[in-house]
Design a protein around this ligand. Structure first.
Ligand code: NI
Length: 183
């Protein structure tokens, strides 16, 4: 089932998300729906707050992103904890399904080490590089209540302020299902 994606301005996008355990109801179905929602909107990642749940869960799919460094990943990350971000920062123009039609350059470290659990609550500590690392960093930010526009300069944020207001009011056209806080 395709879930509506929460737009900028929705308070859930600013929540520090909570860990979950294996008692969380219908987790397999939720993850399946998040994957379907991500695919339907041509996203490369989707975090639980974007579909209205303040829990530490996100999915990524970097398999269609060109990356000479590494193969892409299609994975679920539960209860993720960023352990380290290292290697030289690089710049890439990011976007977000919750903030349509806005793209801005964001600097992020090239490599990460992260601890997380899978759907069976097995725990992993893995390192990721390149585009996959960036997608994970962006989605990890979401479960900490952080958006990619928080990483840009105050000047650039002022320049997009009007567009952000339009997004929160639903005064935009999007070709995927969204839910706007002020509409
Ligand atoms: Ni995003």
């Amino acid at each position: 089932m395709i879930l509506p994606i929460r737009a900028f301005g929705d308070g859930v996008l600013r929540k520090m998300c909570k860990p979950i355990d294996s008692d969380y109801p219908d987790l397999n179905l939720l993850v399946e729906n998040m994957m379907e929602t991500m695919d339907a909107s041509n996203g490369v990642g989707l975090a639980a707050p974007q579909i209205g749940k303040d829990i530490r869960l996100f999915v990524i799919d970097s398999t269609h992103m060109y990356d000479e460094e590494a193969d892409g990943q299609r994975r679920v990350f539960i209860n993720a904890e960023m352990l380290d971000e290292y290697d030289d920062a690089w710049t890439f123009e990011e976007g977000c399904l919750s903030i349509p039609h806005i793209r801005e350059n964001v600097d992020r470290n090239a490599s990460i080490k992260i601890r997380f659990q899978d759907l069976d609550f097995n725990t992993y500590e893995e390192t990721f590089d390149g585009m996959t690392a960036r997608v994970i960093q962006h989605e990890y930010d979401h479960i900490e209540g952080v958006l990619f526009i928080d990483h840009i300069s105050a000047l650039k944020r002022r320049l997009i302020k009007g567009k952000l207001t339009d997004i929160s009011k639903g005064n935009i056209s999007v070709d995927y299902r969204m839910k706007f806080p002020k509409k």
